[in-house]
Design a binder for this molecule. Structure first.
Ligand code: G1P
Length: 305
């Protein structure tokens, strides 16, 4: 069995859900507290034993390349001022085996992954989407690699979502349970309307795939939204070899939309050693203020009745 060593991070999306912030800036560079979102993803890959990472970029993605490169001027400035801790933070993101390829046209997630064909070669690999940050005891990518080591097959991360949200995700039609957290899948469907959705088990942005996916992607016709969908290619792969869905352990943060971005920032801020205490006090004060307002509004309403 081949070892899983490579990860692909598609970062070529337009980030329309976060406009106008993403007009000139890659959404992957937006920070959660003090780290760009993509750094959390790269850290998960490294913590899972991944050795080489390909980032598929598009327009306005130069800052991603710069972020993971050295910055000699900044580093010597911090060194000369004796700012050792900051220097270490800046150097943390260098020395990783990172590669970049450009997707010329935003034709969809399936097409972005196809750009990784030469990099991946004939090995199993993982795809990690930047919108999903996952906190888990065992990093989610590691959980999928362990799934591959047991099943020798593709493993896709899924979680339960509210039924009314199925049109935002790839959804699985489970066939049978192989274990408590592992499903055989009949079909993978991209963004079905709730009335057509075969379940509420949604694909979350981590996939462990066998390399046969590339031959399928090369011939994949556009699907939902007129885009080449990875989910459609996975559905085809599942007709010739087993693709398991793994209900994962951990908490998922969707940082690709405004509300998710804000709530993730707050939750991560509440764990950040530098700001957690003051942020907590601020939130408690704010909650009191809001409570005051809500109750005074209620009083007014009840008086009006
Ligand atoms: C993509 C995938 C979808 C998956 C989702 C997870 O959709 O196409 O199958 O469920 O990521 O975040 P997007 O969020 O890019 O529209």
């Amino acid at each position: 069995m081949k070892k899983v060593k490579k990860a692909v991070i598609p970062a070529a999306g337009l980030g329309t859900r976060l406009l106008p912030a993403t007009k000139a800036m890659a959404k992957e560079m937006l920070p959660i507290v003090d780290k760009p979102t993509i750094q959390y993803i790269v850290e998960e890959a490294l913590a899972s034993g991944i050795e080489e990472i390909l980032i598929v970029t598009g327009k306005s993605k130069r800052p991603i390349e710069d972020h993971f490169d050295s910055n000699i001027e900044l580093e010597s400035n911090l060194e000369s001022k004796g700012k050792k801790e900051l220097l270490e933070l800046v150097q943390e993101t260098t020395g990783i085996k990172l590669y970049f390829v450009r997707q010329s046209y935003p034709k969809g997630l399936g097409d972005a992954v196809l750009q990784a064909k030469a990099f991946v070669g004939g090995e199993p690999f993982v795809v990690m989407l930047g919108d999903d940050i996952v906190k888990a005891k065992v990093p989610l990518t590691r959980q999928l690699i362990e799934g591959y080591e047991k099943t020798h097959a593709s493993n896709i991360a899924v979680m339960e979502i509210p039924m009314e949200d199925t049109n935002k995700y790839g959804i699985i039609e489970p066939e049978s349970k192989v274990a408590d957290d592992l499903y055989n899948v009949r079909h993978f469907v991209e963004k079905p309307k709730p009335e057509n959705a075969p379940s509420n088990l949604a694909i979350i942005g981590r996939y462990l795939l066998t390399p046969e996916i590339f031959d399928i992607l090369e011939n994949q016709k556009p699907g939902a939204g007129g885009e080449i969908q990875l989910t459609d290619a996975i559905d085809t792969l599942n007709q010739t070899q087993r693709v398991f869905a793994k209900k994962f352990e951990g908490t998922r943060y969707d940082v690709g939309n405004k509300l998710g971005y804000m709530t993730t920032s707050i939750e991560f801020g509440l764990e950040h050693p530098e700001i957690k205490d003051e942020l907590k006090d601020y939130i408690i004060d704010l909650a009191h203020q809001l409570e005051g307002k809500t109750s005074s509004k209620k009083v007014v309403e009840s008086k009006e009745k």
